[in-house]
Design a protein around this ligand. Structure first.
Ligand SMILES: Nc1ncnc2c1ncn2[C@@H]1O[C@H](COP(=O)(O)OP(=O)(O)OP(=O)(O)O)[C@@H](O)[C@H]1O
Length: 622
């Protein structure tokens, strides 16, 4: 019997109300997924109790026979999904079924366009967990009692802004969800239909899903064994996919499925997936993975520290260990030697699988790389042990076309005389490809890697070399391109005209304190000037990044390179040779011009503008 005095009606969190409005008006063609979601939650609840009971067996109160039951009442037009898992107390009900905890659901709300038709389509891609019950129900009642507690609770809502929680008697341990179906949803009262939905979406669930029919007849609808323990040959791609959806709370296709059993000194089974699209939490600062750890079929924890290296945090799925003690505390996992061995084994295997896929299907690998390459690169400096396995997996945009290029390909087509792997870093590949610093490389047909992920700044220099070829930044001084054979049609580098030495000396003097040096450039063919970093100094783009994050206040002084073949430099050299009157302003203009091309702010834009106007006036008067 209910206790009316404890009734409390509470409002849904604003986001939940918004979500429910979309869910209720959804004409989503696959409404049946609500059952998958409720069964998935029920299975998680059984998993959680199984783990809690290892240290606190009293929680079971003698009932360790986990199951999920489905029951229909045709007269009342209700469908009930019940489990004897961990259950929820009053606070859990209010917290879990009144707010949105899932990052996936939050992301769903952020993606909404406001166009009802499109938004409803998105539900299928995201899944909305418990709230999907309102796709088919005019009212949902949840009866729940937490394992180890006496008091049961009833939560009820029509999904329109508020819900009511009250005490309830005679509630069995676990959770019972009673859906009062909306008009037109009678198909979900049909055993045949329920059987088919469970087979399609929930066959992989390890707990028995039992359909209780009116006459008390009971029928288990699923195989009820953990999917990863079954032989691979017996598992269909559909079952793998459904399992991925359940384990990852993701709704895209798995891009890669890797299922294997490791035997020997350490025994474990892994069923791991690489998603097709990046998970929402991929760039969260905690860099946590979401792989679930089981010990001999008992779920222990998600995201165990040390189980998966952070640069593979996009992996989803389960690892089931035969060796860890069942009562291993979650806190102790990180330093556990078995966990370390599993991590090493899993990393090796996953990298090998990726390598195989990269070879077998380069186009598919390119989509993977676009989604997760930036994460994988973190491994280059975090996991030195795997460096040799990681390097062949790297892909880069380059100045030669739109295809992603491996280091092997790059080295294979290096120009005669070229010893270095050249790269340039920045925010945007197209803008980088137009950088003046690359003009000389283009003229000599030297390929340059265009690195646009922030991680590149740290990852690539840490590589040192690949196949004996050192990595070198194209925006640093000392780029000696003269030893690289130029194609026949390439313009010959201009010998400095008369007065070039005087010009360099004049520029150095005029720019004292503003640049580290002024040099004749080998890399410019079209532009008059550019800035480069000195050999040991921070690269230009990295310094800008560090400044943005206030990690450095003022940077190292740059080197100004001048193009001796450019008409402007030739004229200035002539003038320098003839005494060099009035070259000071020109020197400052050249430096500001180089800063502008580089995307660097001008220290004194007003002075720049004045000098430019003066130069134009003089030019027009001439
Ligand atoms: N049958 C159940 N038994 C116990 N707790 C449940 C049950 N169903 C839902 N819950 C609780 O309600 C929360 C919200 O459920 P919902 O389906 O909205 O999200 P979810 O699928 O659990 O997402 P996530 O697991 O990512 O937190 C769950 O995390 C769980 O704590």
């Amino acid at each position: 019997m209910d206790h009316p005095k404890t009734d409390e009606t509470l409002s849904f969190q604003a986001e939940v109300s918004r979500l429910l409005e979309i869910v209720a008006h959804s004409l989503y063609s696959q409404k049946e997924v609500f059952l998958r979601e409720l069964i998935s939650n029920a299975s998680d609840a059984c998993d959680r109790l199984r783990y809690a009971a290892i240290t606190t067996p009293e929680l079971l109160a003698g009932d360790a026979d986990y199951r999920i039951t489905l029951a229909v009442d045709r007269e009342a037009r209700t469908l009930t999904v019940a489990d004897n898992g961990i259950g929820m107390g009053r606070e859990d009900l209010v917290g879990n079924l009144g707010t949105i905890a899932r990052s996936g659901t939050k992301a769903f709300l952020d993606t909404l366009s406001g166009d009802a038709k499109k938004d409803v389509g998105l539900i299928g891609q995201f899944g909305v967990g418990f709230y999907s019950a309102f796709m088919v129900s005019r009212e949902v009642e949840v009866f729940s009692r937490r394992a180890g507690e006496e008091q049961g609770w009833r939560w009820v809502s029509d999904g329109k802004g508020s819900f009511t929680v009250s005490q309830a008697d005679d509630v069995a341990r676990g959770t019972r969800i009673v859906m009062h179906l909306s008009d037109g949803e009678d198909e979900f009262l049909e055993p045949l239909r329920l059987r088919q939905i469970v087979k399609t979406h929930s066959d992989h669930i390890a707990v028995p899903i039992v359909l209780v029919e009116a006459e008390g007849k009971q029928e288990t609808l699923n195989r009820a064994s953990a999917l990863w323990t079954r032989p691979k040959a017996e598992i269909t791609p559909e079952q793998y996919k459904e399992f991925y959806h359940h384990a990852a709370h993701a709704y895209d296709e798995p891009w890669l499925t890797a299922h294997w059993k490791a035997e020997g000194a350490i025994e474990y089974t892994s069923l791991l997936f690489v998603p097709t699209s990046p998970p929402f939490d991929l760039w969260e600062p905690d860099r946590k993975h979401r792989v679930k750890l089981y010990v001999r079929r008992v779920f222990v924890t998600e995201a165990a520290d040390g189980l998966i290296p952070p640069y593979l945090r996009f992996l989803r799925g389960v690892i089931d260990s035969e060796d860890l003690p069942l009562n291993v505390s979650r806190e102790m996992l990180q330093s556990n030697p078995t966990v370390t061995k599993i991590r090493q084994g899993v990393t090796k295997k996953v990298l090998a699988e990726l390598n195989r896929k990269a070879k077998d299907d380069p186009a598919a690998y390119a989509t993977f790389w676009t989604a997760f390459g930036a994460v994988m690169k973190e491994g280059l400096y975090e996991d030195r042990e795997q460096r040799d396995a990681l390097l062949p997996l790297m892909r880069f945009r380059t100045t030669k076309g739109d295809d992603l290029v491996s280091l092997e390909e790059y080295v294979g087509r290096m120009r005669p005389g070229q010893d270095e792997i050249w790269y340039i870093t920045g925010d945007d590949a197209a803008a980088l490809a137009r950088s003046p610093q690359l003009e000389g490389f283009r003229a000599r047909d030297i390929e340059v890697l265009l690195l646009t992920d922030p991680v590149d700044e740290f990852a690539v220099p840490s590589l040192g070399e690949f196949e004996g070829k050192p990595f070198k930044s194209a925006t640093r001084g000392g780029a000696d391109l003269s030893k690289v054979e130029a194609p026949a049609e390439a313009p010959k580098p201009e010998a400095g005209g008369e007065g070039l030495d005087s010009l360099i000396a004049t520029l150095k003097l005029a720019l004292t304190g503003q640049v580290k040096d002024v040099r004749v450039s080998q890399r410019l063919t079209d532009s008059a000037v550019c800035l480069v970093a000195d050999e040991g100094d921070t690269d230009l783009h990295l310094e800008r990044l560090l400044k943005q994050h206030r990690r450095v206040e003022s940077g190292a002084k740059r080197i100004l390179e001048v193009n001796p073949g450019h008409a402007l430099i030739r004229r200035l050299a002539e003038r320098a040779g003839n005494g060099g009157e009035g070259l000071e302003d020109c020197a400052l203009l050249l430096l500001d011009q180089a800063r502008i091309i580089e995307g660097e702010p001008l220290p004194d834009p007003a002075a720049f503008s004045r000098r430019l106007s003066d130069a134009l006036v003089r030019g027009l008067a001439a």
